[in-house]
Design a binder for this molecule. Structure first.
Ligand code: MG
Length: 280
């Protein structure tokens, strides 16, 4: 039997499609994206339920981190930290800033002192370096909103899903900006900030406080985070935690922190919200 090249291809393709009918969808980006992501979401929910022992995920509220989730502020923070550390001869990369996001300034500084100078930093040194970092940060323009975050928040408002901010930041001017830019869709009294907590992320405390303020149980909420330590806090609070990779980390950085699902951007999250929240 003699096969020409096109015939061989046709035979192979048809056989392959018969044996693995779903595999052919992989060649169609639209179907692939919709069908596979829906399956992935259901699998992630099942995985969450089996890990936590809850019978269902019944979403009534969403808790958003702020830096890197609401505002595209991480490039500015990263730049300020790199400059501040370089002033004392410490090489600290932007990637390290992203990995350490959520850690207190004092802890970040102390870790680098141990690495570079083989000793702990003093409180004065911590204050001084943090003052320099804050100085650089304040010289920068106000951060823009993360692309498509307003669409995500609008969707929640339209579907009566409560929402709040849970952040390690204590900058009242930034929190005021959130209230203004989202036309009151985030209420200040429901927010959890640096002023409310003792431990901060990765401790579950901030997200547990968020649940209390919203009046919902862990399996009635979602957490949206961009940073490994924030993801760890959400997971430790028993909440289905979504990583949205808005920065320079890899997807596996967020997955290995325990995220129940990881998206590349807010559009992917928006696309998944009907399934995640049962509002489709
Ligand atoms: Mg963040």
């Amino acid at each position: 039997m003699h096969f020409t090249l096109p015939n061989l291809y046709t035979l192979y393709f048809h056989h392959y499609s018969l044996l693995f009918p779903l595999y052919s969808f992989h060649f169609t980006p639209y179907f692939c994206g919709r069908i596979m992501s829906s399956e992935m979401i259901h699998t992630a929910i099942q995985d969450y339920l089996s890990k936590t022992g809850h019978e269902s995920l019944n979403v009534k509220a969403i808790m958003f981190d702020m830096d890197g989730v609401i505002f595209n502020s991480m490039p500015l923070h990263a730049n300020a930290w790199v400059k501040a550390f370089s002033e004392i001869g410490i090489q600290f990369s932007e990637y390290q800033v992203y990995l350490n996001e959520g850690r207190t300034g004092a802890s970040t500084i102390d870790e680098q002192f141990l690495k570079y100078f083989n000793r702990h930093s003093t409180t004065d040194e911590q204050h001084e370096i943090y003052r320099i970092k804050s100085g650089f940060f304040r010289q920068m323009p106000s951060p823009e909103l993360i692309c498509n975050i307003t669409d995500v928040v609008d969707y929640l408002a339209q579907n009566d899903i409560a929402r709040t901010i849970v952040t390690g930041s204590g900058e009242s001017s930034t929190l005021d900006r959130v209230e203004k830019l989202f036309n009151g869709q985030f209420r200040r009294e429901l927010m959890v900030t640096a002023h409310d907590v003792t431990y901060g992320k990765p401790n579950p405390e901030p997200y547990l406080m968020g649940l209390r303020k919203l009046g919902v149980a862990p399996n009635e909420a979602l957490v949206v985070e961009n940073a490994p330590l924030g993801i760890m806090a959400g997971v430790a609070a028993g909440v289905f935690t979504i990583g949205v990779n808005t920065g320079i980390l890899t997807k596996s950085d967020l997955a290995s922190a325990g995220a129940n699902i990881v998206f590349d951007n807010m559009l992917q999250l928006l696309d998944a919200l009907p399934v995640l929240t049962g509002t489709q």
